[in-house]
Design a protein around this ligand. Sequence first.
Ligand code: NAD
Length: 351
Amino acid sequence: MMTNTTPSAKALVPFVSVDHMMKLVHHIGIEEMLRGIADYIETDFKRWELFDKTPRVASHSDTGVIELMPTSDGDVYGFKYVNGHPSNTADGLQTVTAFGLLADVATGYPVLLSEMTLLTALRTAATSALVARVLAPKGSRVMAMIGNGTQSEFQSLAMKTIAGIDEVRLYDIDPAATAKCAANLAGQGLKVVSCTSAQDAMLGAQIITTCTADKQYATILTDNMVGAGVHINAIGGDCPGKTELAPAILHRSEIFVEYPEQTRIEGEIQQVAADHPVTEFWKVLTGQAKGRRDDQQITLFDSVGFAIEDFSALRYVRDQIAGTGLFHPLDLLADPDDPRDLFGMLQRAKA
Ligand code: NAD
């Protein structure tokens, strides 16, 4: 009689906890990790057409949203669970938390489970900076960072290491958030300027990042604030009814998106006609669409965050943890000796 109730190695799923993720970031180095994730995202964006794609599945409530973000490249399947609750910070909770999973398509067995709150900040920053490297005016050195919450330091460092900025100008309606961001960025190789208005933050900036959290149509940038030739990285508007830019800015900009089917529901382009022209960013990477045409054009990355970016980030983590011990083998999958004897395994566990 088989009595083994200990899972075999093939049923143990590597789990990367928050603690292990932090150790992994420090082991690799945050800027190296941002570059690595950006490379994986670029690779996956260049093979965009072979992925299964769907707008994320969102469950809305009065206080926020809970979303599932699935995709597959045919060999590996992945999904992320993520929430967005702008009022959470008032209760000492984060606006965004997440975890995610990769699975082997051939067997359906999970091959990685990971925290993704940190990883989402890293992948969002890596995506923003990859897009800015391609679309922002050549030689961009200064970024305005409007909204100095959770994402802001990650955004600033990614823009430094991937897009080449050397100055970040901070503004938040809450001066404590700006002070926190400035303190965290001290000694990271960026000139950091704390500003008292969004206009002030935008002085001399070639890249403008808006990353505020509010569950309503907000106007973080008005039309008269935006001069010719800048690149706008709008990442805070990522839900129905939640936007950051005055509609007039959209009409002056060339708009780049991740996955139009999702962005039309969630992005800044909720505010324009359903057939308003947009360019899918992956097509710029593959040479099928034009990026920035001239130095007068305003390029706008209407970012909402797409499943392939999470898939790429999880793939990167899976490749990096090998040999580091920075994961727990998780007893996640039942593993009866006889695959059809789940009940027998349960009975034997009683003994
Ligand atoms: P957070 O709550 O930690 O920080 C948001 C900051 O915005 C706060 O410091 C707040 O004071 C500030 N703010 C609010 N209104 C403002 C205004 N009018 N002007 C200036 N500052 C203002 O949130 P976070 O985790 O940094 O995320 C910010 C937003 O980005 C959220 O809406 C989140 O959903 C979104 N997000 C998008 C992506 C993506 O892939 N596009 C990824 C992660 C988060």
